[in-house]
Ligand binder design. Structure first.
Ligand code: HEM
Length: 530
């Protein structure tokens, strides 16, 4: 599943030794790989707790060309690609490149999986694709349950749960349900609302029962992502280890209750296949079925749940925050979006048509821009055959790990200008909600249309090929549903827009990780008069 993302981080963390080198791999077997020269990157030495994300981003920027280059730790090398032609090649679905080989040991480091579960994943990977239960659990089930008609009920569930959760927060915050409620930290406010809503939508409301610290613990673990993957000992980050321990314990207990309910309620056909407050969404129900056929004990299942929580929340929460934040910074943009949202509100049902709203060009462009500019999305691939040809100059040899930092491609002006000149009317390092809109003539009218055509390898925040993020349509619906509720049903204002503007981080200084504001952004919220 999201293992690829995790593995990418793992690789980055491992490779933060202080050397980069250009890889002149001569094609057609003429010469063995050589490294004509090495560039020591002074001042960015690797250490147990050092910031691998920043190191890699700085190295990437200082490298400055699309020539592939290695980052190396001891004998472990990772090839960093940034040429769109090379990236297209590695995303092609052939047997010569894989996305998950060797990944499963990361379950051990990051998610705390038992060693025998990891051994099972690895063994399962060698079976023919259609027999691999692991591939189903980590990838296929998401494609089945978050695409096409299956996407509608889960998106609607997210929308109604989010509306309820915002209202509850507002009622608790104001008591009277009138007037402004202060939000001292808008990111924290969104993080709690979004994670809570996502967990209830995917897993049912029971998942959070008896554990008020769930959201705080979960993000405390995510914050220490790099440390876990590097194997930083408990003594250096006790809080994160304790938080992970509490989460895993909770998932184990929750798993027992779910199992029991499945046994009792299945026999009486009492479970709604779309969503049930105890056993969750259709996605989770299918995953439980798959898990019950696998030789995984409750510790392994708890780690699976932590993995799924990470996949579902890791990028969605920050992306949605940035959608709201940018709308609040720009009153004209907020009004334009509110106008579109209102068109999809049905006063009879008192609800929004999420499918229609998510197809509205302005909403799609807004979400695509937040995903491009405010995500540090990195993904990796592995070379399985003797060599893979990237172009007429470069080949990559067997067992090489290849890494792509998608957000850096999203900032490369030359590639964007070549692919679709209109998209760079405003610089790529600024937020421009209309970047993906084009005018289209339909008879006597001109309409705006959302498109990402011809952008290919310039725009890969969701990765590509058969492992492309299966949650991408759901992620868009989530972001747009949150905008609908917060911008249309409430008034939200930033307390100090100028100061808030200064809290925007530079995503090009990151290789991976959660893109958060650089300081607290205060806001206030009140319910709109109807
Ligand atoms: C803005 C939100 C999101 C972003 C930017 C994002 C990004 C990514 C990226 C870059 C990958 C690796 C793709 C590759 O290797 O080519 C990925 C994989 C994955 N994502 Fe997402 N993701 C998001 C939301 C979600 C959501 C909401 C879910 C599920 C609820 C999800 C589930 C997965 C899974 C299961 C995979 C692994 C697919 C496979 O290996 O076949 N993602 N995501």
């Amino acid at each position: 599943m999201f293992l690829n993302v995790i593995f990418s981080v793992f690789v980055v963390c491992l490779v933060t030794r202080v050397w980069t080198g250009y890889a002149y791999y001569h094609h057609r077997g003429k010469e063995p790989p050589t490294f004509p020269y090495w560039i020591p990157v002074l001042g960015h030495g690797a250490s147990l707790l050092h910031n691998g994300s920043r190191f890699l981003a700085v190295t990437f920027k200082s490298h400055g060309t699309t020539t592939p280059f290695f980052v190396k730790t001891g004998s472990f090398k990772t090839l960093i690609l940034s040429d769109p032609i090379h990236i297209r090649r590695i995303l092609r679905d052939n047997n010569d490149i894989s996305a998950e080989k060797h990944l499963y040991r990361l379950y051990e480091t990051m998610l705390g999986s038992p060693a025998d579960a990891v051994a099972f994943y690895q063994k399962d990977k060698s079976l023919p694709k259609q027999e691999q239960t692991t591939a189903f659990l980590h990838s296929e089930v998401f494609k089945q349950k978050l695409f096409g008609p299956a996407l509608i009920p889960i998106s609607e569930r997210f929308l109604s749960t989010f509306r309820q959760n915002v209202l509850t927060t507002y009622i608790i915050g104001t008591v009277t349900m009138k007037g402004w409620m202060d939000i001292p930290d808008l990111y924290d406010f969104m993080e709690h609302l979004m994670t809570r809503t996502l967990m209830e939508t995917i897993c049912g409301t029971m998942i959070l029962e008896g554990y008020p610290g769930f959201v705080t613990d979960f993000w405390a673990v995510v914050e220490r992502f790099e440390g876990f993957i590097k194997g930083v000992p408990r003594i250096f980050m006790p809080g994160a280890y304790l938080a992970r321990g509490r989460l895993l314990r909770h998932f184990r207990q929750w798993g027992r209750r779910v199992k029991k309910h499945h046994e009792i309620r299945n026999s009486k056909a009492m479970i709604d296949p779309d969503w049930d407050h105890i056993v969750g969404s259709s996605l989770l129900q299918e995953r439980e079925k798959a898990l019950s056929q696998m030789p995984l004990n409750e510790d392994a299942r708890a780690s699976e749940m932590l993995g799924m929580t990470l996949a579902a929340n890791g990028n969605v929460v920050p992306t949605t925050f940035w959608c709201i934040f940018e709308a609040l910074l720009d009153p004209k943009l907020r009004d334009d979006l509110s106008g579109v949202i209102k068109q999809h509100y049905n006063p009879d049902t008192k609800g929004y048509d999420i499918t229609q709203l998510s197809s509205a060009p302005h909403m799609q462009s807004m979400h695509a821009e937040a995903t491009r500019l405010r995500n540090a999305a990195t993904f990796s691939r592995f070379v399985e055959t003797e060599s893979v040809t990237l172009d007429d100059r470069y080949s990559v040899l067997k067992d090489t790990t290849v890494l792509v930092m998608a957000h850096h491609l999203g900032l490369r002006t030359e590639s964007w200008e070549e692919a679709r000149p209109g998209t760079t009317e405003k610089p790529l390092d600024v937020f421009w909600a209309q970047r993906f809109l084009v005018s289209e003539n339909t008879g006597d009218k001109t309409k705006e249309k959302f498109t990402t055509s011809r952008l290919g390898a310039c725009l890969l925040p969701f990765g590509g090929g058969s492992h492309k993020c299966p949650g991408r349509h759901f992620a868009k619906n989530i972001g747009i549903a949150a905008m609908a509720i917060l911008l249309d049903e409430y008034e939200i204002e930033l307390q100090n827009p100028e100061s808030a503007r200064g809290a925007t981080p530079k995503v090009e200084d990151m290789a991976f990780g959660v893109v958060k504001p650089t300081r607290k952004v205060a806001a206030r919220i009140r319910m709109r008069d109807t």
